[in-house]
Design a protein around this ligand. Sequence first.
Ligand SMILES: Cc1cc2nc3c(=O)[nH]c(=O)nc-3n(C[C@H](O)[C@H](O)[C@H](O)COP(=O)(O)OP(=O)(O)OC[C@H]3O[C@@H](n4cnc5c(N)ncnc54)[C@H](O)[C@@H]3O)c2cc1C
Length: 518
Amino acid sequence: MSINRDILIEKLKDEEFIWDIMVIGGGATGLGIALDAVTRGYKVLVVEQSDFAKGTSSRSTKLVHGGVRYLAQGDVALVREASKERGLLWKNAPHLVKNQTFIIPVYSWLDKIKYGIGLKMYDWIAGRLSLGASLLISRKETARALPEVTTKGLKGGVKYHDGQFDDSRLAINLAQTIIEQGGSAINYMKVVSLLKEAGKISGATVQDEESGNRFLVHARAVVNATGVFVDGILKMDDPAARNSVVASQGIHLVFDKALYSSEHALMIPKTSDGRVLFAVPWHREVVVGTTDTLVGEPLLEPQALEEEVDFILNTASQYLTKKITRRDVKSMYVGLRPLAAPQEGSQKTKEISRSHKILHSGSYLFTVIGGKWTTFRKMGQDLVDHIEKVLNWPRTSSISKSFKIHGYQQQVDWKDPLYFYGSDAEAIRKKLADKNDWLSERLRIYRGQVHWAVQYEMARTVEDFLARRTRALFLDAEESMRLAPEVAALMAAPLGKDKAWEEEQVTAFNTIAEKYRL
Ligand SMILES: Cc1cc2nc3c(=O)[nH]c(=O)nc-3n(C[C@H](O)[C@H](O)[C@H](O)COP(=O)(O)OP(=O)(O)OC[C@H]3O[C@@H](n4cnc5c(N)ncnc54)[C@H](O)[C@@H]3O)c2cc1C
């Protein structure tokens, strides 16, 4: 189904229309809420100030996981919930979620026993939705499976399974699903103020970030799902509202797969700052991260700190036979975790719970904070249940647990350059001029994907295409800059834009892409 942003906006012009639920924020949380609500039959609108998943939701470690780390912290309830959601997402979006083996190389017998038992518990908690049993492997087998990992002092390994996915592709597929189910999801539409009637929130004023036009949108319930930006919306409701979120920054470095040839992901359970470090194969490259640094003012394009880059390079180099350097980095991306601020006491972010919290203000602005990509659906279900309860709406049942997401396809050839389109891949393939019509042969992106992204996936800018419809910017920042002028030219005609727009787009893209280069 082709998606026309102008048609979606037409509906906003009807100021008499009353939505059931208006969701502010088109990241994992907002899209999860809208999915759950629209599939229950509610009239749902999602507005995103930038592009879908522009914020944290395109910058994750790409894991759909129970969270081995949370198990170590004793948060069994969170691991149980996340393991269940991991299994459900694997069933509902099999074209995007891959069963990934992970190996923990161990350098002491005690660690081998400790992690072996811990991961058996991890399997057991997941129960029926486990992706496969964990097992202890020998030194020889570990060395063979992880050829670039140092064998000095190696005692063996622990192998286990978790999910691996493409975050922004899932966000796009969710937006498509919401629209197909009769809802609306509009990018570049920013909430600038909230509407109130008799002290109760009744909608919001939104601004089209492309045209500057403003619309009054009315809704029976308004949800603030803006991640690290929730406090800005809470203050539109009540300027005296206390801050409810702290932002913790995590960076990832992306390396050429030649540096780490294994098909298994590497998991280092305890780094020098007590965190875990992952090296995860992703789209023919490898993603290594992450860090955990409290930051102040949240930004849509946060900046990595030098010490974070050094930390990842040094920690990864300790475990690899070859020292990795800045020159090896193809791309670097930074995300901000929206963590529920502790009421009082410790500010150490790794101690702040990763589970989600739902709040509502006296004027009935609903807010979700915290959570993970993995649990986005459950957060949506909990929030819609909460709205029904608080606003005394008739109770409905959630059906998102078994709802197939746009692109659903069971048989996946992970080597196919178009695999992440799932059931759309065939239609795209038919539109390609020929199967060698590469926009980038290195990143295996076809020219035909640009037109598809504009017509069917609401790509509005060069960055939308290179960062979130394809993952070029995240995989190889320099290559993505090389592609930008051609992408701008290919997008201009279907979007009805001129040469000046193309030039502006390339300049804007390059400014952002510079941040992804080391
Ligand atoms: C480094 C890192 C690694 C992670 N790795 C994983 C992982 O491997 N697996 C996992 O499950 N989870 C992971 N997470 C957690 C997960 O990515 C986040 O929990 C999730 O993406 C948060 O989504 P969100 O929708 O709440 O926030 P966001 O994605 O930030 O979305 C909020 C949106 O609200 C929009 N917005 C703000 N103000 C307005 C306004 N006024 N009007 C309209 N829109 C507005 C923003 O533009 C933004 O797009 C990771 C997080 C980080 C930081």
